[in-house]
Design a protein. Sequence first.
Length: 547
Amino acid sequence: MLERRSTYEALGRDFTWDIPTRFNIGVAVSDVWAARDPERTALLDYRGDAEPAKLTYKELSERSSALADSLVKRGIIAGDRIALLLPQCFETAVAHVAIYKLGAIAVPLALLFGPDAIEHRLKTAGVRCIITNAAGLGKIRSLETAPDTLDLAVSTDGDDGDAVAFERLVSEGIKFFTSADTGPDDPAMMIFTSGTTGPPKGALHGHRVLLGHLPGVQVHHEFLPKNGDRLWTPADWAWAGGLLNVLLPGLYFGVPVVSGRFEGFDPEAALALMERMRIRNTFIPPTALRLLKTISRIRRRFDLDLRTIGSGGEALGRETYDWARAELGITINEFYGQTECNLVLSSCSELGVSRPGAIGLPVPGHTVAVIDEEGMPVKSGTAGQISVKRPDPVMFLKYWNNPEATREKFVGDWLMTGDQGIVDTDGYFHFFGRDDDVITSAGYRIGPGEIEDCLVSHPAVALAAAVGKPDALRTEIVKAYIVLKKGQEPSDKLADAIRDHVRTRLSAHEYPREVEFVDSMPLTTTGKVIRRVLRDRAREETKAAAR
């Protein structure tokens, strides 16, 4: 846990890791607080205008222990993989804690996944048990072939055929379960990568991963916990950002975590939730923040009590950074990480660590650099790959059943993120783009983030993505896909105006030579634009034109 210092330099100088020889996530986020302050609020469930439901630490501890006991009685043992296909709700948190207590491995899955995505993950992980709801059961039953390993289904919506009711397991189990005596490197969870290169891989994390996240969470939430802090994120708890940036750290620190279920990100609904639930601290991905920008007069219409906003997962950009300062009165603290090694760079405006367009400085305890192909750090201002040095408690153990991919992830002791970036002369990191997102045009290497940031600064643009489209003369040209704001109509004149907007604000080699208006963007379940889909679409257009 970070002790507050007056400067970032002092914060880093005085920080050391203290990883215990025995550590269990489930015990740390429930039983510790249940013994210390049993009636303390652990979770709040948003119910619109109705009174929110509350779960205390005593209830979280007892319900998770009872569930763990029942799962053991049904044959689940330490090391078994248990999938969770659930939205943000009390049952999701209880199930996570129970899985860690019994020494099994949690495999969080997003309800938005289709059958193929679910089947790949269940089979790759060799899942023995799945905890889901009626909607999730429907998806499981629609699979062409269920995994041979899957022999127990649990439903939060009650007994359903061969699926046993979640509440029945909780009621049958004992409340004083003896948790597994796990060490920090014992497996705790498997979070699948987004699959930007090849099929999604299962990144296996040890129990230490929670401890590894704590400094980064405290930095971008400006020394959480403080009196009155309350956490919420629109990000699915199946994603590292929702689970490890919000849910588990909040429970560890004794900060109430709010759950709220939405089909997709609705900016009006999100603002209503933050007002009603008096949210003080939130993690909102950049795409969701750009959607919030479409809502006018936020501070007049909504009585918000926000103290901190963290954002990461993709480049935030200067435009959204400046908007938040002007419209919300808050400096967004941008941070950086990935599924395999999350939350290693961060901003902290309270300490003056904040720069528009930058993703921050290394969080205390993490060694981060931009390196070349030989694994050597490059000079400031030189592009290279953002990399993290091992050992590091937030770093994954390995890819599940994929030793070759695990080896390829490292150059020496450097974990290669696959993200291009630079470090400026003050040590701030700037995200340039994924290796496969970088656009090569007329000898220039162009990162899409800066272009997209410029595009969304145009008054007609709501969302934008920039990709490279193959071109015989320039290797690639920049093509922009644009979602317009309500009331705006696509036209050649508007496309020309958008191109000129970028040309005059960035440079002649970065402006989009093609602009295509689209009704919606392909997004991951975490709200990031899937540039790969758009890039493939642009390449198919080139092939079709050549035929």
